[in-house]
Design a protein around this ligand. Structure first.
Ligand SMILES: Nc1ncnc2c1ncn2[C@@H]1O[C@H](COP(=O)(O)OP(=O)(O)OP(=O)(O)O)[C@@H](O)[C@H]1O
Length: 270
């Protein structure tokens, strides 16, 4: 009787272990595939690895020992090369897996203070758009942008409409590159982003490529203003979304998530 219970218990434990195992593998595959889908570089890598694995299979089945040795060598050195070349993507994936950051800093600000910050940003982006001044403004969200902040010139200033309009004025040395905002601070200007490798319409040049590029490898939000047309776009998760001027404020509120809904406030009070 006791032996029977022990067998059943170990069977149940085995089933639970298998389910946990499968769920973990599924989660890692899901993260990997969503990263591959977002980024053209990783998509190309994925195809390359598939081709090499296919060649490895064929050479093993046909017993082509020299070819098999060559493929093994490519795989061994390839892994090292992939780690070096795709360091930003691998880091982004690991950061996503361990992401627990809550926006403590923004939570300390009152709604009035946040409204004021939004007013400054909306006022500035609207003016940049009206005057057709090219601009790239990136908001750090869950994942750190420290690597990209380090490529620019540190500022650590308040968010002010005049500041953005001055920075992006063509006569200033800082106008080339992106401004990065972390919480309620403008942390740097003239930051450089790795441009996307995606096929894009020829109407988009280096600025839009940079905006999409940073959104492929981080969860940041980038606001781009086109110098040629004054069009405002958001770059999010590898996609470019045009934002009509009238909808800029509402779209920023939606994407930045600075204001909690009443439901969320209620949940925290309980
Ligand atoms: N990799 C990059 N990282 C950050 N900023 C960049 C990068 N590449 C270009 N830029 C910015 O974009 C400007 C050049 O934009 P370009 O005119 O080629 O882009 P565009 O997408 O056609 O935009 P626009 O519609 O404003 O002309 C540069 O002066 C620089 O400020």
């Amino acid at each position: 009787m006791i032996a029977g219970i022990e067998v059943n218990l170990s069977l149940i434990l085995n089933i639970i272990r298998t389910i946990i195992d499968l769920l973990l593998v599924w989660y890692i595959l899901y993260l990997g595939i969503s990263m591959f889908k977002q980024n053209m570089r990783t998509m190309q890598l994925f195809k390359g690895v598939l081709i090499i694995l296919l060649i490895k299979l064929v050479t093993s089945v046909l017993g082509l020992s020299t070819m098999s040795y060559l493929v093994d060598t490519v795989l061994t050195w390839g892994i090292i090369a992939v780690i070096v070349i795709f360091q930003p993507e691998i880091r982004s994936l690991l950061e996503k897996m361990g992401q627990t950051k809550r926006d403590y800093h923004m939570e300390r600000l009152s709604n009035d203070q946040k409204e004021h910050l939004l007013d400054e940003i909306v006022d500035s982006v609207t003016k940049l758009s009206e005057t057709q001044t090219g601009a790239l403004i990136t908001f750090e969200r869950g994942q750190s942008l420290i690597d990209y902040i380090n490529t620019g010139t540190k500022i650590n200033a308040d968010i002010k409409s005049e500041l953005f309009n001055t920075i992006f004025w063509e006569g200033t040395p800082l106008h080339d590159g992106a401004v990065i905002i972390k919480d309620d601070r403008v942390v740097c200007a003239a930051a450089f982003f790795p441009p996307t490798q995606k096929d894009l319409s020829p109407i988009y040049g280096a600025r839009h490529r940079a905006a999409i590029g940073i959104s492929e490898i981080t969860d940041s939000l980038t606001v781009v203003v086109s110098e040629e047309t004054g069009t405002i776009s958001f770059a999010i998760k590898g996609e470019l979304i045009k934002i009509p001027r009238k909808e800029l404020r509402a779209s920023l509120v939606n994407e930045l998530g600075w204001f909690k809904s009443e439901d969320e406030e209620g949940d925290e009070d309980e």
